[in-house]
Design a protein around this ligand. Structure first.
Ligand code: NAD
Length: 331
């Protein structure tokens, strides 16, 4: 694993939250960020959100508005980021343009937001003296290396501008840990899914797209033959990994996979969703898209050893909850 120092610690220590602490969630109005906000509020800490609402949605934060401090600002604005970080203890840095396709269409903007924006967050974190930065990295950094499962020590082979931006940002986080002593953990999320994920955007992920299509009686679209596979990771597991990372001992900095550690093909996924929806809709196939990887599956050994984390919700449980969510949303 790519860690500054190996350290195994008691899970009870990882679950200790100081209630006077303030947590900044960049991208807190997004799919993953808003779920982090919800969990932090449950744990009784103070929460601040920085988001420019590019892909974030007001409805994601609607239930928590009275309990959080929201700053509508852009992470490309260094002064705004510095002001948002002042007085905070931990930063969950989720804000990004989170799409391979968007990065292929406009690589410069992806770089400005995902790389320069991350530098602003790191510099603001340093100025504020925060205890730790937890960065949302991505499985895309591995690219199409044929070996499975993906292990953190493998040489990254990013295939898209998005993947390069995530790798650069992740490396900046680890350099800030090594050079400036700012503890930082980069979590390489593998295909996250769950309630609140936007099925309607041009850049929507496959599970919300497939679920909302099938539940509406439409055939889902697969780019390619459907034999490509993914390690789909339920949102509650991603939230748990962030909480474990936030409370890691100061000695622990590094990049860790966050995943289920299993993979299924897109054709199998369509069959699962059909089964849950009580339908039998076959996929429409479109040409494969550039920048997409063929197979993806993580080893989750390192994060287990270093952060004491493992998934608590199975893929089947998560998919059932997600399909139920979209069924309700469509009513
Ligand atoms: P999302 O698009 O729902 O959330 C991203 C949030 O960042 C949005 O609220 C958006 O408005 C905000 N944002 C975008 N540009 C901004 C800017 N310039 N300034 C301030 N805020 C800005 O996406 P998500 O799925 O919740 O992803 C969260 C993070 O996790 C991203 O960093 C993404 O790259 C990473 N990630 C996601 C997945 C996944 O499967 N969803 C996988 C790997 C990594």
């Amino acid at each position: 694993m790519c860690c500054i120092k190996a350290f195994v610690f008691d899970i009870t220590i990882s679950e200790r939250f100081e209630h006077l602490d303030t947590y900044l969630v960049t991208g807190g109005a997004g799919f993953i960020g808003s779920q982090l906000v919800e969990e932090l509020l449950k744990r009784g800490v103070r929460v601040r959100v920085l988001d420019n609402m590019t892909t974030g949605r007001a409805t994601n934060l609607a239930p928590f508005l009275a309990d959080i401090d929201i700053r509508q600002a852009d992470i490309r604005d260094a002064d705004a980021v510095r002001a948002a970080a002042a007085g905070t203890d931990v930063i969950f840095h989720q804000a990004a343009l989170a799409s391979v396709q968007r990065s292929v269409q406009n690589p410069l903007v992806t770089n400005e937001v995902n790389v320069t924006g991350t530098l602003h967050v790191l510099e603001a974190a340093r100025a504020a003296g925060v205890r730790r930065v937890v960065f949302a990295s991505s499985s895309s950094v591995y690219g199409d290396t044929p070996t499975l499962p993906k292990i953190e020590t493998m040489t990254p082979e990013p295939l898209s501008p998005y993947a390069v931006s995530k790798l650069a940002a992740e490396r900046y986080c680890l350099v800030w840990a090594g050079v400036y002593g700012l503890p930082a953990v980069a979590l390489r999320y593998f295909n996250v899914f769950g309630p609140r994920q936007d099925p309607a955007s041009d850049y929507a992920a496959v599970i919300p797209r497939f679920a909302s299509a099938i539940l509406s009686g439409r055939r889902p679209t697969i780019y390619g033959d459907g034999e490509q596979s993914r390690d789909f990771t339920y949102i509650a597991n991603v939230v748990g990994a962030n909480m474990a990372a936030a409370n890691a001992p100061a000695e622990v900095s590094g990049a860790f996979n966050v995943a289920a550690g299993e993979r299924i093909t897109l054709l199998e996924l369509v069959a699962h969703i059909n089964q849950l929806a009580g339908t039998n809709l076959t996929a429409i196939h479109e040409p494969a898209r550039s920048g997409d990887v063929r197979h993806s599956q993580a080893s989750i050994q390192a994060i287990g050893e270093m952060l004491g984390w493992q998934p608590s919700v199975s893929f089947d449980q998560g998919l059932r909850a997600t399909v139920e969510h979209f069924r309700e949303a469509l009513k």
